[in-house]
Design a protein around this ligand. Structure first.
Ligand code: F6R
Length: 628
């Protein structure tokens, strides 16, 4: 079914390292022949790890880029190259500043070219590429619209470098760099599909769930103008480099039995039976030989013996994932429960990347852990300041200055600061000190909200840990990177609490987003404490956010919520006032966060019910991480 070669890697890191090595090999071969290597480069989140790997190879293995010429795919229009949102800025930040490429060899479309000269400019961009003999290796990402470069739906396979209008979906996706969608430029200069197809080798990176559907459509779907990436099917040497999330909709991964080739291990067995039950809207225990045969699973039934035995084993598995005791049930001898009964009470540590991820991802479970007597700690990894609107600062600032007046605690210093803040909020003009103050103010707002939410859930104030990891404060959302300083902070906390169980957010909707980095930091910290005695018996559970949930076949703990608990969870989420009004980065799904979460938890309950398990109000899902 796949019309383009696809390679699936465990992580973006591994896929990026693979392509970086391939690129380095081509450069080395060309160098031997005295030839220049011409690279076509992309921006965005997808190639960041690839660039990091090139920089690492340059710094540690003396790989040189002196003999490399680059052409970037695109640039917003209009766009000042010096602006931090420009693709110029991106390329220098992520690659060019750190390698020995000659400035004259770098080509990026100019977002400031006069509108009257754009056509001529684009033609010359195209002929400079041809002048170098064309592109040896083209790096691409893919937009959810199926765009490559900024060739949005409707682009011709023969299109050349030109000025284009950006699709609404693309502007929504790119809003994170511009604080709001309205500020995202409406146009861009991009190489054409035809320009891209002339490259001798093409690698397209796609990471994360959000790309899964467009990857499937591009690789398996019919060639069509609505999904410009499908034109890559005509290119003889294109490879899609994917992580498991981006590959999950490919038929060979989602439903391998449909292709008639499936390795029937335990994982695939559970996946197939759950899929069939949901497909036919039938409880697992009612699936028949006929159902299996008609859906390409006859071989599985033959292996197990009978549909009844197969049904029973999957039903038992699902049943054993359900528990009202996420910290283990004290005094029970049962061995099939997701968590162990002892020790009791447990020290439970919940990591929350943003200030609201704990209650969004596992608010009901959090309340249960507290109610069941465990020593529950919550660690807020980042300040979350980047998603607070200026209007919220304005409101709280008014409150602050009125209170200061009321309490007569207004010093002249604080009055000056209030004045500067107010001026910024009204005019959007302020010096660096004022901007820092705004950022801190936003962090304080979110800190107060999370303290209120976790107090509401029963967590002691002394068990709330605000880590304010520096990586989040130092970088823009498109350029996140963490270092040892961040890991050390988490290590220190782990060593202080010595938890028996840890809950971490493994929400990778945006594989370059804050949550992904927070996850990586925890994993690095855990690796560092691996040898310590307490850590040998520390279990790690992964939860997800409002946008994403584990598949029923992959969860190992399902915690049901009663209607009262579901309501309490919603109320805890609503303590996060600054996140209430469909705030930043919610993409094109405009439901409020509490609503998305409620729908998601109800959906899981429905799925279990369809498969023949009891009917619950809502269910929170967890997957165990075998981290040792
Ligand atoms: C960027 C570009 C775009 C991106 C695409 C995916 O130069 O041409 O096609 O590759 O929008 O963006 P990310 O990687 O941010 O998901």
């Amino acid at each position: 079914m796949e019309k383009i070669e696809t390679t699936v890697f465990k992580s973006p890191q591994e896929g990026s390292a693979f392509v970086a090595q391939e690129v380095i090999n081509v450069i080395a071969e060309n160098n031997k022949m005295g030839k220049t290597t011409v690279l076509g480069l992309a921006t965005g989140a997808s190639p960041i790890k690839f660039y990091q790997e090139l920089v690492r190879l340059h710094q540690t293995q003396n790989v040189s880029f002196k003999n490399v010429v680059t052409f970037n795919l695109d640039e917003y229009y209009p766009m000042d190259p010096a602006a931090i949102q420009s693709y110029h800025y991106f390329m220098y930040q992520n690659l060019f500043n750190h390698i020995d490429i000659l400035p004259k060899n770098i080509h990026i479309p100019n977002g400031l070219v006069d509108i009257k000269e754009v056509n001529e400019y684009c033609e010359s961009y195209e002929s400079i590429i041809d002048g170098y003999g064309g592109i040896d290796i083209q790096i691409l990402g893919i937009g959810r619209t199926g765009h490559i470069g900024f060739n949005e739906p409707g682009s011709s396979p023969k299109s050349k470098t030109r000025l284009v209008t950006l699709d609404k979906k693309t502007r929504t996706d790119n809003a994170k760099d511009f604080t709001s969608e309205d500020n995202v430029p409406r146009r861009a200069i991009t190489m054409g599909v035809g320009t891209i197809l002339k490259a001798r080798k093409i690698y397209l990176f796609a990471w994360g769930d959000k790309k899964a559907e467009v990857v499937r459509d591009s690789v398996e779907g019919p060639k069509n103008w609505n999904v410009p990436a499908t034109f890559l099917q005509d290119h003889p040497n294109t490879e899609f480099v994917l992580d498991t999330s981006a590959a999950q909709e490919l038929t060979r991964i989602k439903t391998p039995w449909v292709n008639g080739v499936c390795e029937w291990n335990n994982e695939n067995k559970i996946k197939a039976v759950c899929w069939l039950g949901l497909q036919l809207n039938k409880p697992v225990l009612k699936l028949t030989d006929e159902d299996y045969n008609q859906n390409g699973m006859g071989e599985l039934v033959a292996q197990i013996g009978s549909a009844y035995e197969l049904n029973l084993s999957v039903f038992r598995h699902l049943r054993d994932t359900i528990t009202g005791w996420p910290g283990g049930k004290p005094g029970t001898q049962e061995i099939n429960t997701p968590e162990r009964a002892e020790p009791f009470p447990k020290r439970s540590l919940i990591f929350s990347p943003h200030p609201d991820d704990d209650v969004v991802g596992m608010g009901g479970t959090l309340v249960r852990l507290v109610d069941q007597g465990h020593d529950v700690h919550v660690a807020y990894q980042t300040s979350g300041s980047k998603s607070v609107h200026d209007e919220d600062v304005y409101m709280h600032l008014g409150l602050f200055s009125d209170l200061a007046n009321l309490m007569e605690s207004d010093s002249s210093k604080s009055a000056d600061k209030v004045k500067a803040l107010k001026k910024y909020l009204l005019t959007k003009v302020g010096d660096e000190a004022t901007l820092n103050l705004v950022k801190k103010f936003k962090g304080i707002i979110r800190r107060a909200e999370s303290a209120s939410a976790s107090k509401f859930c029963g967590v002691n104030e002394s068990n709330m840990h605000f880590l304010t990891l520096p990586f989040y404060e130092k970088n823009t959302l498109s350029n996140l990177a963490f270092d040892q300083e961040d890991v050390d902070i988490v290590v220190k906390l782990l060593q202080k609490i010595k938890p028996h169980q840890i809950f971490i957010s493994a929400d990778f909707v945006n594989p370059q987003g804050t949550k992904r980095f927070c996850y990586d930091i925890i994993i690095a910290a855990l690796n560092q404490v691996k040898a310590e005695k307490w850590s040998k018996d520390c279990w790690v559970w992964m939860y997800r956010g409002a946008e994403q949930e584990w598949q029923i076949n992959e969860t190992q703990m399902n915690v049901p919520l009663s209607p009262d608990e579901a309501l309490k969870k919603k109320q805890a989420i609503l303590k996060h006032y600054s996140r209430k009004d469909g705030s930043y980065f919610t993409g094109d799904d405009n439901r409020d966060i509490w609503k998305k979460t409620e729908d998601k938890n109800k959906h899981t309950a429905d799925v279990l019910n369809i498969l023949g398990l009891p009917e619950y109000e809502a269910v929170e899902c967890f997957k165990k991480l075998n981290w040792r």
